[in-house]
Design a protein around this ligand. Structure first.
Ligand SMILES: Nc1ncnc2c1ncn2[C@@H]1O[C@H](COP(=O)(O)OP(=O)(O)OP(=O)(O)O)[C@@H](O)[C@H]1O
Ligand SMILES: [Mg+2]
Length: 211
């Protein structure tokens, strides 16, 4: 069993969106997936309650229950656990980093978001856990490749000792539309551009955690 956490101290970076999408995408590949929502805002839980499909399974928890949840999940032969975390909770972020095989830190490419990422990267570096930054809600690529703001964000993020995911997730309204009735983009519009980006992100994560 592999455990990945989506962690960013900044609110609205895309933790819940990416947790849901990675969990659903992994499940579409036939993996037994548990999504653990340890954010008291319970956004992933809200999505799951709107969902008609039974998979992936979801459990609402908290940082101090995470170790127990993970040992139960291991006994129940889950292949992958995806943990969606709260912003502004350094205690939970610390616990999560210690218990995960990989931490993914989403960030928007704007300068104020990039400025805020140091708090998250410090927490992860302190736990000495492999991590990756994921650029989320980026302007979509053009015929000429990545837009300037995304290239500049990659450049700015080189200051941190954490690699940046080669796949950037674009800002696309379809993500929001899919979540309304408890779906993910790969179910809502599987042939669309947003789904293709999630496919590529999932492929990167698979290689990263060796699933
Ligand atoms: N790639 C994207 N394209 C379009 N909308 C997005 C994208 N990523 C996130 N959003 C939207 O931005 C908002 C914040 O995203 P999300 O809830 O995933 O962030 P979060 O990091 O979980 O926030 P919080 O810190 O409050 O838990 C949501 O309305 C979500 O639908
Ligand atoms: Mg969230």
């Amino acid at each position: 069993m592999k455990t990945i956490s989506l962690l960013a101290q900044k609110g609205g970076a895309g933790k819940t969106t990416l947790s849901i999408h990675l969990a659903v995408r992994a499940n579409l590949d036939g993996l037994k997936v548990l999504l653990v929502d340890i954010d008291p805002q319970a956004s992933a839980l809200g999505w799951w309650r709107r969902r008609h499909a039974e998979q992936p399974e979801l459990i609402q928890g908290s940082g101090d229950k995470l170790a127990d949840i993970l040992s139960r999940a291991a006994r129940q032969s889950y292949d992958l656990v995806v943990v969606d975390t709260a912003p502004h909770s350094s205690q939970d972020a610390r616990i999560c980093s210690q218990l995960s095989d990989r931490v993914y830190i989403p960030t928007r490419p704007a300068i104020l978001d990039l400025d805020a990422i140091g708090v998250s990267t410090d927490l992860v570096s302190a736990a000495d856990i492999p991590a990756m930054i994921i650029l989320n809600a980026c302007p979509p690529p053009t015929l000429f490749g990545e837009p300037k703001i995304v290239a500049e964000a990659r450049q700015a993020l080189q200051t941190y000792q954490i690699p940046v995911c080669p796949v950037a997730i674009s800002q696309r309204a379809a993500f929001g539309h899919a979540l309304i009735d408890g779906r993910a983009i790969n179910e809502f519009d599987p042939k669309g551009k947003a789904a293709a980006e999630i496919d590529r992100l999932w492929q990167t994560v698979q290689e990263d955690v060796k699933l």
